[in-house]
Design a protein around this ligand. Structure first.
Ligand SMILES: [Zn+2]
Ligand SMILES: [Zn+2]
Length: 188
């Protein structure tokens, strides 16, 4: 396998209920490295094109970039939303363009219009890996995720269960209709 692709997320968060300085809002640059496992398509000759892994991952992860990540029970959440509401930016602003599709999983809900991600658990590096795996497991055959943020790092290995069907020409995952979103190839 080649150099595993990674993405950068710059985000703000805090550890609500924590005693140390991390109970105050602060920011990080996080680096997520994704390793996928799959058979090599004969026509493509690589496991999964790296830039396609990155694009697939980024479509979801851009919701974490320049975002505020708060736990669902953090009292800052209603306070921040109130200010956004009063300012008229809760449901979006013309300059807020780099948005991914809103998502909701067991562990996290993204509100791209106001660049907010609400999590069930405290967003530690370990927590981020769980959230990301949940979001991407049906799109990529993830073998390993590593997330580093400041001095913290965590990684987790996964047994890939889903056989994700891929385009024999591009190597990227086919959509639910068996069509390649990139070249239009349709499974016969
Ligand atoms: Zn932090
Ligand atoms: Zn294709």
């Amino acid at each position: 396998m080649g150099f595993p692709p990674h993405t950068l997320e710059q985000y703000a968060h805090r550890f609500y209920g924590f005693k140390g300085e991390a109970q105050y809002l602060h920011g990080h640059t996080g680096v997520l490295t994704i390793e996928v496992e799959d058979t090599v398509e004969p026509g493509v000759n690589m496991v999964f094109p790296c830039n396609e892994i990155q694009k697939t991952a980024w479509s979801v992860l851009k919701n974490f970039d320049h975002a505020l990540i708060l736990r669902e029970d953090d009292p800052l959440l209603p306070a921040v939303l109130k200010v956004y509401e009063e300012q008229g930016i809760r449901d979006g602003a013309p300059q807020n363009k780099m948005k991914g599709p809103a998502f909701q999983t067991e562990l996290a809900t993204a509100y791209p219009d106001c660049r907010l991600v609400v999590t069930k658990e405290t967003m530690t590096v370990e927590g981020m890996i769980k959230i990301v795996y949940e979001l991407l497991k049906d799109k990529l055959n993830i073998a390993k995720l590593t997330f580093t943020s400041g001095v913290n790092a965590a990684s987790a290995e996964f047994t890939t269960q889903n056989r994700i069907e891929r385009c024999p020409l591009c190597g990227i995952a086919l959509n639910e209709n068996g069509v390649c979103p990139k070249c239009g190839y349709k499974k016969g």
